[in-house]
Ligand binder design. Structure first.
Ligand SMILES: [Zn+2]
Length: 255
């Protein structure tokens, strides 16, 4: 939402804007709620990273959690400034994250070990350069949705091959948070005019960030569980502080 108040970052140059009044609380933060709502994602990714590190999961999971943190920090920068360069620091890691998911989901069945990571790495780098030059708008969204769709069949395969009830619950909450997040995103996008007339703006885009933070955490936890199962590490779902699920493993002595 455009508004004419003093702003530290200058006029809005991003191609997308959200249903929050700009610079309402500070001249340094364009969209206050959309900025601070990334904090839960950073914290969750940090918890995931510590868990992956402590139990010596494969590096791919540490990279995945770090990418989640970069993504959330990029998103904070974008919503705080509403500048085109920062928009890319939000969007480009979104694509990198999906490429990592593709790697984690498909690499166990891939015969040529180094071709897939090399290809995905080059693809990620080429995308970053192309996006910085051409500022894809609708093209970015379509490309992102295609990457997401590529992950779904394999995610579903993992789901039906998992017998553990707690792990299945992770996957169910994953779908639930994705659904809730999408509804919030869409309402913020489609009904902004109506919402702006309300006494109170529910901040749909900020809620999307919060739900997506949990969504990514659940996805990563579920994938860690499935991978640990593939490697014979006897995974179990534990609950941090009684509520937040995480994967506990027991590696065989020889590893
Ligand atoms: Zn956002």
């Amino acid at each position: 939402m455009t508004d004419t108040v003093s702003s530290f970052w200058g006029p809005v140059t991003s191609t997308t804007e959200w249903c929050e009044i700009n610079y309402a609380y500070s001249s340094y933060i364009a969209e206050f709620y959309n900025t601070i709502s990334n904090m839960p994602s950073i914290l969750l990714a940090f918890i995931g990273l510590v868990n992956a590190f402590r139990q010596r999961f494969e590096k791919r999971f540490s990279i995945l959690h770090i990418t989640n943190m970069i993504l959330s920090i990029g998103s904070m920068l974008f919503h705080a400034t509403l500048q085109n360069v920062q928009q890319q620091s939000d969007e480009t890691p979104m694509v990198w994250e999906m490429l990592l998911y593709i790697y984690i989901l498909y690499s166990p069945d891939w015969h040529y070990r180094s071709t897939m990571p090399t290809f995905l790495f080059l693809y990620g780098a080429a995308f970053a350069i192309a996006h910085s030059q051409f500022h894809f708008d609708i093209g970015f969204k379509v490309h992102y949705v295609i990457l997401c769709l590529l992950c779904i069949p394999r995610m579903y395969k993992y789901y039906i091959h998992t017998n553990d009830a707690s792990a299945k619950r992770l996957a169910k909450f994953y779908v639930l948070t994705l659904f809730a997040a999408s509804i919030c995103w869409l309402c913020d996008r489609l009904f902004c005019k109506e919402i702006s007339r309300w006494y109170f703006n529910p901040q749909g885009h900020a809620l999307w960030h919060v739900f997506m933070g949990f969504n990514s955490y659940l996805a990563n936890t579920f994938l860690m569980f499935c991978r640990a199962q593939q490697l014979g590490w006897a995974p179990k779902v534990g609950y941090f502080m009684g509520h937040l699920p995480y994967v506990k493993i027991q590696k065989p002595k020889s590893q």
